[in-house]
Design a protein around this ligand. Structure first.
Ligand code: AMP
Ligand code: MG
Length: 318
């Protein structure tokens, strides 16, 4: 009898030691970082196929980057932007998916989200360090932008421009879509959980092995603080889906003491003026979250909250 007791005690002690060891050693999973979409992109997965899953997801994220990069000659977006008015451009499945959500958010936001804003965004030259355009330049670029300049047909998956100078900018949506497709790829593998961080754009699925309840806890970047710094008491808990932030501090330049950020109000052609510096959307799809975050930033608290509610998304202003 004593032997049985000792046996049970030993088994319990070993079990406790294993649990304690696991507690001390977080599951780091497999993680890889690449620089795409002008930001650090990190994909982490946990489980048997973690490595293959992460590599395949990064491959797909890179593909979306290639297709949407206006600066790459071979991208679909460059093709649209170089096309003449009336020319039919076939866009393929990925761009069609992005455009269908972008057009929906554009319509529901009354044009606060507007992919045809490209000629105006280009003037501000955020990619080249920034430049404050003069009013005349903005007025001229505004004539090339706005509702009706880019016609998307979801059935034939084609785009037609109504103005030679019209152009598409997917800067407010492409990363979001990349998050969604990365999750779709990851979930095809034998992984129990994964998280995709595309700079202000987080997507996750499955169970977080480093939390007792499997929930993912996402810290919100502190505006204008070093990357990765977040408020301990501003954590979003999700069991899957996306947390997407649009913030002035993500891309801006300073001129004569003024800050000029990259979220443009399509009504004025100037950076949207708001009392907050970031908008976060929590929703299932990171593509939808991305379009909504940009749109709601432009709309302001009342209309932005209303729009997010229309899509069943949660919204936070910071
Ligand atoms: P995000 O960081 O998702 O808010 O997207 C901002 C990026 O989207 C900018 O860098 C521009 O490339 C583009 N953009 C700026 N303003 C708008 C707008 N009102 N609607 C759609 N895209 C925009
Ligand atoms: Mg966006």
């Amino acid at each position: 009898m004593n032997r049985v007791k000792w046996g049970i005690l030993t088994v319990l002690l070993v079990l406790a030691a294993v649990l304690f060891f696991n507690y001390l050693n977080e599951d780091e999973g497999y993680s890889r970082e690449v620089f795409l979409f002008d930001t650090a992109c990190t994909v982490t997965a946990y489980g048997n196929d973690a490595e293959q899953a992460v590599d395949a997801a990064i491959e797909r994220i890179s593909e979306i980057h290639r297709l949407t990069d206006a600066f790459s000659e071979n991208s679909v977006i460059a093709k649209i932007n170089c096309a003449k008015a009336g020319e039919i451009v076939e866009v393929g499945d990925d761009i069609a998916e992005i455009l269908s959500v972008a057009v929906s958010v554009s319509e529901k936001s009354g044009g606060a989200f507007e992919i045809s804003i490209a000629p105006v965004v280009k003037l501000w030259n955020f990619d080249g360090g920034g430049k404050v355009p003069d009013e005349l330049e903005i007025a001229q670029a505004m004539k090339r932008a706005g509702n009706g300049k880019i016609i998307f047909d979801g059935e034939s998956k084609t785009v037609v421009k109504t103005d030679d100078g019209a152009a598409v900018d997917l800067g407010g949506a492409a990363k979001g879509y990349a998050g969604d497709v990365a999750i779709a790829v990851l979930s095809e593998f034998d992984v129990r959980g994964a998280i995709v961080d595309l700079g202000g754009n987080i997507s996750c699925f499955g169970s977080n092995p480093n939390s007792e309840d499997g929930v993912w806890r996402i810290g919100l970047q502190k505006p204008f603080a070093p990357t990765g710094e977040y408020d301990e008491d501003n954590i979003i808990e999700i069991s899957g889906g996306a947390v997407v932030t649009s913030g002035t501090y993500q891309r801006y330049f300073e001129k004569d003491g003024e800050i000029y950020h990259h979220i443009i109000d399509p009504e004025t052609g100037y950076p949207a003026v708001q009392e907050y510096s970031g908008v976060t959307i929590v929703t299932d799809s990171s593509l939808l979250g991305d379009c909504l975050a940009t749109a709601c930033f432009v709309l302001g608290k009342d209309e932005g909250t209303h729009l997010a509610e229309e899509y069943g998304a949660k919204i936070l202003f910071e």
